[in-house]
Write a protein that binds this ligand. Structure first.
Ligand SMILES: Cc1cc2nc3c(=O)[nH]c(=O)nc-3n(C[C@H](O)[C@H](O)[C@H](O)COP(=O)(O)O)c2cc1C
Length: 294
């Protein structure tokens, strides 16, 4: 396959996908492949610090990387797709999840790939990568560290396969019931802020406002005020340095989500073998992923 350059288009809610994107950039650099990046984060903070995306070049392969939200891509990915012409472009679709390529995640790229094709793109490659989950169940620290340490190897594998022209497609759909549940969750993300309470620790500093990827937060009378565009990424809750936001939604991790803190905590700790820290049915997809049996 002739690839002139790669455009890495991505969305990251709480930093997991961002780490994978950084690893892709490092690997492109190491291999001497020109790349650009298109961050779909529309936060004030990102607009201030990020460089604007350049337009797609005719021979760009689009490497689309996103976190799974309810067995599907998050809304900013679909919004990007609406305004993008992919005619003539090959697209590699990389979903990143906490649960791995296990049912019902297996159908997570189906709808998106159909929509990419409707926009003229040719999906040539699909793959699931895994990061410590920011949602529902969080793996133990040993397993989480194994997932972080696996990133360079997995990214290297993906890039090698894409550049060698491997076609890797999945045809799994979500069952109708699951797809319905996922859609239900998606269509109600705007209601998520109603589950949030802001406690006395809030200083009105505006970090949540400046980092919200869809600019859905304003500060009124020193308190965050949410609009109607929440995409339920949990960034505002996990990023608050004062732990001032709590949600009664069971999907939010009560202890928060911070990969830098995890790494600090685990510095110098000898990791348990994968078979030990990923034992049991719940972690079987992660075990297979780490042992390269996927
Ligand atoms: C609202 C929401 C829904 C999620 N749904 C799924 C899911 O269906 N399956 C899964 O394995 N992980 C799911 N996750 C976990 C994320 O896909 C995973 O932690 C990812 O690495 C987050 O990337 P980010 O830190 O860049 O946002 C979900 C996370 C959120 C916030």
């Amino acid at each position: 396959m002739f690839i002139n350059s790669i455009q890495i288009t991505f969305f990251s809610g709480t930093g997991g996908v961002k780490r994978i994107v950084t690893a892709f950039e490092q690997e492109c650099f190491r291999r001497g492949i020109p790349f650009s990046h298109n961050d779909l984060d529309r936060s004030i903070n990102n607009r201030r610090s990020g460089s604007p995306a350049r337009a797609l070049l005719p021979d760009d392969l689009v490497l689309l990387v996103f976190p799974l939200h309810a067995f599907d891509a998050p809304l900013p990915v679909y919004d990007w797709l609406k305004e993008t012409n992919l005619e003539g472009h090959e697209v590699a679709v990389i979903s990143v999840s906490g649960g791995g390529e296990a049912w019902p995640n297996t159908g997570c790229r189906y709808r998106l790939c159909r929509e990419i094709e409707a926009k003229g793109g040719r999906v040539v490659y699909e793959r699931m990568l895994v990061m410590p989950s920011n949602w529902m169940f969080t793996p133990n620290d040993h397993l989480a560290m194994h997932l972080l340490q696996a990133v360079p190897h997995k990214v290297n594998q993906v890039l090698a396969e894409v550049l060698a022209g491997w076609v890797r497609r999945s045809d799994e759909q979500l069952s109708r019931e699951r797809a319905f549940l996922a859609r239900l969750e998606k269509e109600h993300t705007f209601e998520f802020p109603r589950s949030i309470t802001v406690n006395v620790n809030c200083t009105g500093c505006g970090i949540c406002k400046n980092h919200c990827p869809v600019e859905n937060i304003q500060i009124r009378e020193h308190r965050p005020l949410f609009g109607e565009n929440c995409i339920m990424c949990f960034r505002c809750i996990y990023i608050c340095p004062f732990n001032a936001m709590k949600s009664n939604n069971l999907m939010v991790l009560k202890k928060g989500y911070n990969l830098n803190e995890l790494e600090k905590r685990m510095q110098g700790v000898e990791l348990l073998p994968v078979e030990k820290c990923a034992s049991g049915w719940l972690w079987s997809a992660l075990r297979d992923y780490l042992l390269d049996g996927e």
